[in-house]
Design a binder for this molecule. Structure first.
Ligand SMILES: Nc1nc2c(ncn2[C@@H]2O[C@H](COP(=O)(O)OP(=O)(O)O)[C@@H](O)[C@H]2O)c(=O)[nH]1
Ligand SMILES: [Mg+2]
Length: 257
């Protein structure tokens, strides 16, 4: 997990609103014992991993309570880079701009690019630049929410850092976790990245407009995903053409009823 890839050692976090000055949040360093990098202290590493995950779980629970008390539906979008998370959000926020209050937390290691794309839809957005970290965590979300101030009775999208591994381990306080898999990635991915699929509630199959051109068997993909998690609910969409988006929109509208 992340403690062994080093991404848990992030020392600083940048919160940035489009057009605003970046705000550096310090004190994000987790209480890491760097001796684990020596590789010969496996018990210590396991304990450290447990401590980090437990600390994150408490923060995620705090977020969850805050979201519930304020009737904010937090949805955590996870996927590999390029599967279409931001494209899906752009289309969703444009199509549902009337009648639903949305806000967005964008997570990326570097750049404001995704926040700028969301800003162009006139949706309140904040960018978290995680630096070395390859996932968002509960503390980052807590701080971003304090800045973003989502409205009561609203939907808060959290676009996680593109990565099918580490984000699976870190709860953020979300109501639902939504894994997005595009048809160019292969129908075997649930078997190769089981943690991501076992911890998700919804699975969006994106880029279905490309199905005629790629070797992706939708039935095999779903069978593989259901082997890992038989509760998964699927939506098949194209964020580019808009095909299949109505079912996804119905799910979103249901959240606020
Ligand atoms: N053909 C096709 N391309 C898409 C679709 N959704 C996203 N893309 C393209 O995939 C690339 C990555 O999309 P992006 O939204 O940035 O992915 P993210 O990294 O998951 O946020 C971009 O070039 C998009 O235009 C889709 O439904 N169909
Ligand atoms: Mg993106």
């Amino acid at each position: 997990m992340c403690t062994t890839c080093g991404c848990g050692t992030t020392k600083q976090l940048l919160l940035r609103k489009p057009g605003g000055k970046p705000r550096q949040i310090t004190g994000m360093e987790l209480a890491l014992d760097h001796s684990h990098h020596s590789g010969d202290k496996s018990n210590k590493i396991i304990q450290l991993e447990k401590d980090i995950l437990q600390a994150n779980t408490s923060l995620a629970e705090e977020n969850e309570i805050f979201f519930q008390e304020n009737n904010i539906i937090a949805l955590n979008l996870v996927s590999s880079p390029g599967s279409g998370k931001t494209s899906l959000l752009e289309r969703t926020l444009t199509d549902l701009s009337v009648g639903v209050n949305f806000s967005v937390i964008e997570g990326d290691q570097q750049t404001m690019q995704d926040a700028n794309r969301i800003d162009a839809t006139n949706t309140p957005v904040i960018q978290i630049n995680t630096g070395q970290a390859c996932h968002l965590d509960g503390e980052m979300i807590k701080k971003a929410v304090q800045e973003l101030k989502p409205k009561k009775k609203s939907i808060l999208f959290i676009e996680n850092v593109g990565n099918l591994v580490c984000p699976a381990l870190f709860k953020l306080g979300e109501k639902d976790r939504i894994v997005i898999l595009s048809v160019t990635e292969g129908d075997d991915k649930p078997l190769k990245y089981p943690d991501m699929f076992s911890t998700s509630d919804i699975c969006i199959i994106n880029k279905i407009d490309l199905l005629p051109y790629v070797n992706f068997d939708v039935k095999s993909f779903k069978d593989n995903a259901l082997l890992i998690n038989h509760h998964l609910v699927f939506y098949e969409v194209s964020a580019t053409t808009g095909e299949g988006m109505e079912q996804w929109y119905a799910y979103l509208k249901d959240q606020l009823n």
